[in-house]
Design a protein around this ligand. Structure first.
Ligand SMILES: [Zn+2]
Length: 242
């Protein structure tokens, strides 16, 4: 370790940061996949609730229509009765009374029919309105089933990818002085990345603060130094070369 040249350590730090950044990216995807699936499940649940509410409302309207049809039928019975009463009228007064009753029954039939037809219209609209949510629900269920069956495969592919990404990590980690490793690990735990580039104007690419001129020169020479404001290890592209 002591014999490891500084530039080699600097390159190892940069490599380590690259590997860790890739691994973090994969970790995010690993965490994101179950969340995505959970969101899909919630989406299906919401659609199911919507369809159930609409189906219940439709069933209720159909029940009302049944009652209304019975009501119209019974008013028609009342009409026949009123008619036969009229036919049996013995005098003008009775005939007049029967006619008035008949008129009332006819009006009530008309009202009942109007109400019944309005209910039929409403039911028609409700049935039409169910089509889209039902289709959307079927579609969402299908997509969820596919996503569920694909999840395990995706997760294991990502786990494999992660394993191959971090496979070479140890080789670089061993090259780095333990004091640097301590700082590196602390930064990665807090706000990764732990290593970042300084641009040609001496600005730290992570925190956007200017590096002190003398420090910038040392960094350009390939010394291992940290940003004074964000503590990250700094390098310039040229500092990695011989
Ligand atoms: Zn910085």
């Amino acid at each position: 370790m002591k014999g490891t040249r500084v530039r080699e350590q600097l390159r190892a730090l940069v490599k380590l940061a690259e590997i860790d950044a890739k691994a973090r990216g994969i970790d995010d995807r690993l965490k994101g996949l179950p969340v995505e699936l959970e969101e899909r499940r919630l989406g299906v649940k919401r659609l199911e609730d919507l369809v159930t509410r609409q189906r219940n409302a439709l069933a209720e309207a159909e029940r009302l229509l049944g009652t209304q049809e019975l009501d119209v039928a019974s008013r028609n019975d009342a009409l026949s009765k009123a008619k036969s009463k009229g036919a049996k009228a013995k005098n003008g007064r009775e005939a007049e009374a029967a006619e008035r009753e008949l008129e009332g029954v006819r009006r009530s039939i008309k009202d009942g029919e109007t109400h019944r037809d309005a209910l039929k219209d409403r039911i028609e609209k409700m049935r039409g309105g169910l089509g889209d949510p039902e289709r959307a629900l079927e579609e969402a269920k299908g997509e969820l089933a596919v996503a569920e069956s694909e999840l395990e495969g995706k997760l294991s592919a990502l786990r494999e990818e992660r394993a191959s990404v971090v496979a070479g990590r140890e080789v670089y980690a061993k090259l780095i002085h333990k004091d640097h490793t301590r700082i590196y690990d602390r930064i990665v735990k807090g706000k990764p990345p732990a290593v970042c580039e300084v641009n040609a104007n001496g600005i730290c690419s992570a925190c956007r603060m200017a590096v002190a001129p003398q420090r910038f020169i040392q960094i350009q020479r390939g010394e291992i130094l940290n940003c004074q404001s964000c503590q990250r290890f700094l390098y310039t592209k040229a500092s990695l070369d011989e």
